[in-house]
Design a protein around this ligand. Structure first.
Ligand code: PSV
Ligand code: MN
Length: 387
C-alpha cells in the first residue's frame, strides 16, 4: 500500500499554469456578464493569478493570449510578474477574431492572409523571447461549415507549409504546441480536429513541436486517457488545457463535471512518465462566467492536486498482481480504492506544513482582496474576450 507520506515529495513537483483570460469577463454568445473587480489590464490579471499561487503554492506561471494581453514593454511585464511571485508562461496566438480570418488563417488560399497569420505567430515568438516563455500554443479556429465549401486536402498542405515557417523561427529552448478541437467555430470540418491530425502535423516539424490536449475538445464518450497514453508513448504530449465539459467546449472548472475522468487521465500521465516532467505542461483553459474568478481558479488547481494525489496513491503492485492473474474485479477494485481515497485532510496538512492556508478558499474570502479590487478597479474597460 502506498501511503500519503510516500507521495509528499512527488506532490512538490506539481505546477499548474493559469490562463490570463480566466480572470477577465467571459460568457456565451448570449451574454457576457461584467463583474465588479474584473481586471482592466494584463497587469491586473497577473496580480489576480498571483493570488491563486499565494493561496495554493500550485500555480507559479500565467499564460498570455495575444493580442488580448498585448503590452508595450514585455520586459517590464516579465519583471512585474516576477515581483508578484509568478512567471510568464505559454504564449497563445489568436487568429480567430480578425475579419481577415473569416475563411481561414494558416490554411487560407489567399497568400496575403496566410502571410498575415504567419507573421502574427512570428510576433508571438518575439514576445516569447522577451517574456522568457518556452511554449507557443497554436489553436486554429479554421475549417468549413458546409460540405464542398473547401478543399480539405489543400488546406492540410498549406497548414504544414505555414507551420514549417513558424517552427523555423522557434528557438532552441522553445516549443511549438498545436492544439486540436473537433468542432466550433467551424461546424462541418475543422482543420486540426483530433490528436491524430495534430500529431501528423507536429511530427513533420521536428522534436520541438508537440500536441496540446484540451480536455474539452473531444466528442462525448471519448476515452481521453487512451489518447494521453498514446501521446506519451509517442513522446508528443506537450501540454494539457484542463477544463470540464458536460455538452461541448463548456470550459467549466476542471474536475467538476467528471472527477473520475480527471483521475483516469492523471493515472495515465503518471504511468507514462508525464508527471513532474517539464515536457508535459499542466495548464488550465477555463472561463468563469458566473462564479468568482479567483476562487474558480483556486478550486481548479486544488481539484487537479487532489486527483494527482489519488493517482499517486494507486497501488501498482496490487494492480499488477491482479492483472497477471486476470482478476478483472480485483484490478478494478484497486483502481477504485485510489479514486475513492479522501486526500483532502492530508492535503490541508501538507499545505499547513508549507506555510500555506489549510483552506485556500476560506483564506481568500477572509483576505479582503476581492473587496480591495472591487473598490480600486473603478472605471476603464474590463478585460474580456476581444479586449
Ligand atoms: C479554443 O476553444 C481554446 O481551447 C484555445 O485554447 C483558445 O486559445 C482558448 O480556447 C481561448 O479560450
Ligand atoms: Mn484550449
Amino acid at each position: 500500500m502506498t501511503s500519503f507520506a510516500d507521495i509528499t515529495a512527488e506532490l512538490e513537483k506539481q505546477a499548474i499554469e493559469l490562463p490570463s483570460w480566466a480572470f477577465g469577463n467571459s460568457g456565451t454568445r448570449f451574454k457576457v456578464f461584467a463583474t465588479p473587480g474584473t481586471p482592466r489590464t494584463v497587469e491586473e490579471k497577473i496580480a489576480d493569478a498571483a493570488q491563486v499561487h499565494k493561496l495554493t503554492g500550485l500555480a507559479p506561471s500565467v499564460a498570455l493570449h495575444i493580442p488580448w494581453d498585448k503590452s508595450d514593454d514585455y520586459d517590464a511585464l516579465r519583471r512585474f510578474a516576477e515581483d508578484q511571485g509568478v512567471a510568464l508562461g505559454t504564449i497563445n496566438s489568436n487568429t480567430f477574431q480578425d475579419d481577415d480570418y473569416k475563411f481561414g488563417a494558416l490554411t487560407h488560399h489567399d497568400d496575403r492572409i496566410r502571410r498575415k497569420a504567419i507573421d502574427h505567430h512570428l510576433e508571438c515568438i518575439d514576445i516569447m523571447d522577451a517574456t522568457g516563455s518556452r511554449d507557443l500554443k497554436i489553436w486554429l479556429a479554421e475549417g468549413s461549415n458546409y460540405p464542398g465549401q473547401n478543399d480539405m486536402r489543400a488546406r492540410q498542405d498549406r497548414l504544414q507549409e505555414s507551420l514549417q515557417e513558424i517552427y523555423a523561427r522557434i528557438g532552441e529552448e522553445q516549443r511549438l504546441v498545436l492544439e486540436y478541437k473537433f468542432f466550433e467555430p467551424a461546424f462541418y470540418h475543422t482543420d486540426v480536429p483530433d490528436w491524430g491530425t495534430s500529431y501528423v502535423q507536429v511530427a513533420a516539424l521536428g522534436e520541438r513541436a508537440m500536441v496540446c490536449l484540451d480536455t474539452g475538445h473531444h466528442a462525448p464518450g471519448t476515452n481521453i486517457e487512451f489518447i494521453v497514453m498514446q501521446l506519451l508513448r509517442l513522446g508528443k504530449l506537450g501540454s494539457f488545457d484542463f477544463n470540464s465539459r458536460f455538452y461541448a467546449d463548456d470550459d467549466l472548472i476542471v474536475g467538476s463535471a467528471d472527477p473520475f475522468q480527471l483521475f483516469r487521465i492523471i493515472v495515465e500521465v503518471v504511468r507514462g512518465g508525464g508527471y513532474g516532467n517539464p515536457d508535459v505542461a499542466f495548464m488550465l483553459d477555463q472561463c468563469h462566467n458566473i462564479e468568482n474568478k479567483i476562487l474558480g481558479q483556486t478550486r481548479s488547481v486544488l481539484n487537479v492536486q487532489e486527483m494527482t494525489a489519488r493517482a499517486l496513491l494507486l497501488d501498482h503492485e496490487a494492480l499488477e498482481q491482479a492483472r497477471q492473474e486476470n482478476d478483472v474485479l480485483a484490478a478494478n477494485a484497486v483502481f477504485m480504492d485510489a479514486f475513492y481515497t479522501d486526500v483532502r485532510p492530508a492535503l490541508a496538512d501538507w499545505r499547513e506544513s508549507r506555510g500555506l492556508p489549510r483552506d485556500p478558499m476560506a483564506a481568500f474570502k477572509e483576505s479582503g482582496y476581492q473587496q480591495k479590487i472591487e473598490a480600486e478597479r473603478v472605471g476603464g474597460a474590463q478585460a474580456g474576450w476581444g479586449a
